[in-house]
Design a protein around this ligand. Structure first.
Ligand code: SF4
Length: 330
């Protein structure tokens, strides 16, 4: 089995708001191995992007605080790194592609200037070498006429091309880990498929590990090796991708799968999980999904289920339905 590149250990990221403390990431532990794609899924506000921001050390103080845990990258705890050490890692060892390329690219700089900057900063290339490598990268992500695109501004490109440029910038310094935060959400379906193909191709060519953040289980099925399902700041299920789709255990995961449209299947209305995500400042020491769950028992309202394997060691769930203690309450 490949070596672990990133290990989140009991990560706690909190935000201090006027209404109280929001535990956006609550005791989260998982690993990403070398060359592996790990899909992190869940509804908006479940903590998936904050987990990635914590890894990049982009959680903004004083409101946002990493309150506990460790994030090991190649065995070293990133939370102990100072600003200078972190800026050496960011963009070089770990890079990120955001959801909306238009707001991530600088509108007043040419594409060439934006790709060459990290090459000169992290790889210490001179201007001429950086330009050569930038043109190679533009071509690598499948954009024709790379020399011409080098001098273009972001507004002159389509959404799909801008996202390809974001991928080129993210890959410019051969990162070991690429974080893709909803990389295809803002794109139409055809371009979405092209971007996913491109990421898959680049991953097999370059061997980069990917942390893929999405709410789209279709994207996870196509791309991920392993899946983490988050709800209200916690991991509630994790499994290898085929196992998760074959045998989902947690009622929330089952709901997400049921809510996915199926081609050629007539449905009067698309299923949606009833209720709302709970108010993050009012979470108790219970199953956070309890008031949306059709299987809710008394114990679910008062006690948090343990997160552990029930059968296959790689498939873990936090649900009282799979615990002896829970079965006694049925
Ligand atoms: Fe439902 Fe209880 Fe399982 Fe939570 S612990 S998902 S409420 S059955």
């Amino acid at each position: 089995m490949a070596k672990e590149l990133v290990q989140f250990r009991n990560l706690e990221t909190h935000f201090h708001t006027s209404a109280g403390i929001v535990k956006a990431v609550d005791d989260v532990s998982f690993s990403i191995r070398e060359g592996e794609t790990v899909g992190v899924v869940g509804e908006s506000g479940c903590g998936k992007s904050v987990t990635a921001m914590s890894l990049m050390r982009l959680v903004e103080a004083p409101h946002g605080v990493i309150a506990g845990g460790e994030i090991l990258f190649e065995g070293k705890d990133l939370l102990q790194f100072n600003k200078k050490e972190m800026s050496r890692i960011r963009g070089k060892e770990i890079s990120i592609i955001f959801q909306e390329p238009m707001s991530s690219l600088n509108p007043v700089l040419t594409i060439g200037e934006q790709i060459t900057e990290p090459l000169m900063l992290h790889l210490l290339l001179d201007r001429k070498e950086a330009k050569k490598k930038a043109i190679e990268l533009i071509s690598l992500v499948g954009i024709p006429r790379p020399e011409e695109i080098f001098y273009s501004y972001p507004h002159e490109l389509s959404g799909g091309m801008r996202q390809r440029i974001m991928i080129a910038i993210a890959l410019s310094c051969d990162p070991k880990l690429l974080i893709a935060d909803e990389p295809t959400t803002a794109l139409d379906v055809t371009i979405q498929a092209q971007i996913l193909d491109l990421m898959r191709e680049l991953k097999s060519k370059l061997g980069t590990s990917i942390m893929l953040i999405t709410h789209d289980l279709g994207v996870v099925a196509e791309m991920a090796d392993y899946v983490i399902v988050m709800y209200a700041g916690k991991i509630i299920e994790e499994a290898p991708v085929l196992e998760l789709f074959k045998d989902p255990q947690h009622p929330y995961t089952k709901g997400l799968l049921k809510a996915k449209p199926v081609i050629n299947q007539k449905q009067e209305r698309l299923y949606s999980i009833p209720g709302q995500v709970p108010n993050p400042v009012e979470l108790g020491d219970n199953c956070h999904f309890h008031d949306r769950c059709e299987f809710c028992m008394e114990i679910c309202k008062v006690k948090q289920p343990p997160f552990r394997a029930h059968g296959d060691n790689m498939h873990k769930t936090a649900c009282w339905l799979y615990e002896e203690e829970g079965k006694n309450h049925e």
